[in-house]
Design a protein around this ligand. Structure first.
Ligand SMILES: [Zn+2]
Length: 317
């Protein structure tokens, strides 16, 4: 039985926009001893407990031994917020469209880490998630947790109003590749029968700018924050993962990745995310460059024009 209150893990938030390779980064980091992948943990209440979708282990979240135990541990916190539906309502208020636009426009407030500028809603959200990470750490036997929700408002609320050591990793990918991926139909494969989010290339490009701008500024304001390009992760997976872990959680044993980019992924308990989270065993890390052949040149030019100012910060222009 876990102790009430659990342990005090380091939480690594992968930040960024969709289709940037966060699931493979999450899985690779989770292969390190003492580290556990949570996947997109901000969907625990909605997709996990309410919609009963599949955990990375293949069982539906309410039946997974880890998440059913954590639900039991969190009964007092869940009751205080009105159950899983109350947690989901709070998430929608924190991570809604207005909140993201506001973060992009306002400068200092959302990035403060002293808690003084957090509002009561953010404090309630942070308190619930702190209890969740502590119990997850205890139940998974991991001192470092990876939350690949990517959403800057989710991470900013927890890091700003909470008490756990939180680290930000901004993962960014070439905008044309992201827009191409977001144009494709992809099944979630999590038992819901739903598809992954899709966007027109214009909306994909504008969201890429908005989200990466917020994440870039969050990481710049964080002394532990680091940025990683998807292209560099694929070109040098071993060095990228090692460097990242040494920066954010020093002293961990290395992730077993060969110089050729082959890794062995363990079974994980990821709550939600890209279907590649279900891959276990030997995998080869390769960059997906399909966009360069499949995306019409006129679309590529338009995406470049829309994203140019932000893309400069990452060497894509
Ligand atoms: Zn599971």
């Amino acid at each position: 039985m876990a102790q009430r209150g659990g342990s005090r893990p380091i939480v690594i938030f992968i930040l960024g926009w969709g289709r940037s390779g966060s699931t493979i980064l999450d899985s690779l980091l989770g292969a390190a001893p003492g580290v556990a992948s949570l996947g997109e943990a901000m969907y625990l209440a909605r997709r996990g407990w309410l919609e009963q979708r599949l955990c990375g282990c293949g069982m539906c979240v309410p039946e997974c031994p880890i998440w059913s135990a954590v639900a039991g541990d969190l009964q007092p916190q869940l009751e205080a917020l009105g159950g899983a539906a109350g947690v989901e309502q709070l998430r929608q208020q924190i991570c809604g469209r207005k909140s993201v636009l506001w973060q992009s426009l306002a400068r200092a407030r959302p990035y403060a880490r002293d808690g003084a500028s957090s509002n009561e809603r953010e404090r309630r959200y942070a308190r619930f998630h702190e209890a969740f990470y502590r119990q997850a750490s205890e139940r998974l036997g991991a001192g470092v947790l990876i939350d690949s929700s990517k959403h800057p408002a989710h991470a900013a609320a927890i890091a700003g109003a909470g008490d756990l050591p939180c680290r930000f990793v901004h993962l960014v990918r070439e905008p044309r590749a992201v827009a191409h991926s977001l144009s494709k139909r992809k099944d979630m494969r999590d038992g819901s029968g739903r598809e992954q989010m899709r966007r027109t290339f214009v909306r994909a490009a504008l969201s890429w700018v908005l989200f990466n701008r917020i994440c870039r500024r969050m990481v710049a304001a964080d002394p532990h924050g680091i940025r990683l390009r998807y292209e560099d992760l694929c070109a040098r997976p071993q060095a990228s993962i090692q460097q990242l872990l040494e920066s954010v959680a020093p002293g961990l044993a290395p992730v077993p990745i060969t110089a050729e980019g082959r890794a062995t992924l363990p079974v994980n308990h990821s709550i939600s995310g890209n279907p590649s989270r279900f891959r276990t065993g030997a995998v080869e890390i390769r960059q997906d460059n399909a966009w360069a052949q499949e995306q019409p040149p006129w679309q590529q030019r338009l995406i470049r024009a829309l994203t140019r100012a932000e893309a400069r910060h990452y060497g894509y222009v």
